[in-house]
Design a binder for this molecule. Structure first.
Ligand SMILES: C/C(=C\CNc1ncnc2c1ncn2[C@@H]1O[C@H](COP(=O)(O)O)[C@@H](O)[C@H]1O)CO
Length: 252
């Protein structure tokens, strides 16, 4: 298939390079790096890959160093625009922009697009950190500053380094991965204690119950760890939590 469903040619971004139609390779840079089948490539290619990885860090650091205070918003790539979580994400993006925060998302569809839209329409700075995927992808139209990453782990560093807080809306595996990475970094004190806010109390209820009963009761986390996650459906409260934490950091 050379044309996408919207009539534009299929496209893949690799750093500064745009690939279209039959020039799109079947695999991604992440797949090649992590593939354990082609052991011969470990000797011949991985050292060069390290330079590419380094250049991705340089591009990310260079582009994002001038961001104002920002909040990373995570959530499903699959949610419909009229879903509860997209409507919440759009209001959140707008409220964050109105309080001077840039909004950082994965730059994709669903919740990411809604948060970027809210921020842009409210006159704020909307950032998208896209990722090369084996299927068609592109930054959503509401992103003002966008970077396309080849490597998930480089991109994750940017979400964490440039954010004052993390807000997590309903999502699937990708969202859970981002949520648990953020909490783990706060729990192990690898990042200073930033708010990690879950929005969508009904959606997250089952997971939170399991964490409070099974994980805690089994001694896999401590009671204090429960305080690392805050839960609300109220956009104003989420913004207040972020601003309070920001203020108390400033006073330290
Ligand atoms: C699945 C579809 C598109 C995927 N496109 C993505 N673009 C950017 N970022 C993505 C994408 N998919 C996942 N992510 C990251 O993970 C989180 C969402 O994953 P989930 O499994 O949907 O919860 C999100 O925060 C991104 O950072 C089809 O249109």
């Amino acid at each position: 298939m050379t044309e996408s469903t919207n009539g534009r040619p299929r496209e893949r971004h690799r750093g500064a390079v745009t690939l279209r139609r039959d020039s799109i390779p079947p695999s991604t840079a992440d797949q090649k790096l992590l593939d354990s089948q082609n052991r011969e490539e470990w000797k011949t290619k991985d050292a060069w890959r390290a330079l590419r990885i380094l250049s991705e860090f340089v591009e990310g650091f260079d582009t994002l160093a001038d961001l104002p205070p920002a909040v990373s918003v995570f959530g499903s790539a699959r949610s419909a625009p009229d879903s509860f979580e997209c409507e919440l994400a759009e209001s959140l993006g707008a409220a964050l922009a109105e309080h001077g925060y840039a909004v950082i998302t994965g730059g994709g569809p669903g919740v990411m697009e809604a948060a970027n839209r809210g921020a842009t329409e409210a006159g704020g700075l909307s950032v998208g950190l896209g990722i090369e995927l084996p299927f068609e992808q592109g930054l959503n139209r509401w992103v003002d500053v966008g970077i396309d990453f080849r490597y998930f782990f480089v991109r994750k560093t940017m979400f964490l380094k440039y954010a004052q807080a993390f807000v997590v809306l309903p999502g699937g595996f990708g969202t859970l991965d981002e949520l648990f990475e953020a909490i783990t970094l706060v729990q192990t004190k690898k990042v200073t204690r930033f708010p990690v806010i879950l929005m969508g109390t009904e959606y997250w209820g089952g997971l939170l119950d399991w964490i409070k009963t099974r994980m805690l009761d089994d001694g896999k986390i401590s009671a204090a760890d429960l305080d690392l996650i805050q839960v609300t459906d109220d956009v104003a409260e989420a913004v207040r939590i972020i601003m309070d934490a920001d203020q108390s950091h400033g006073e330290e």
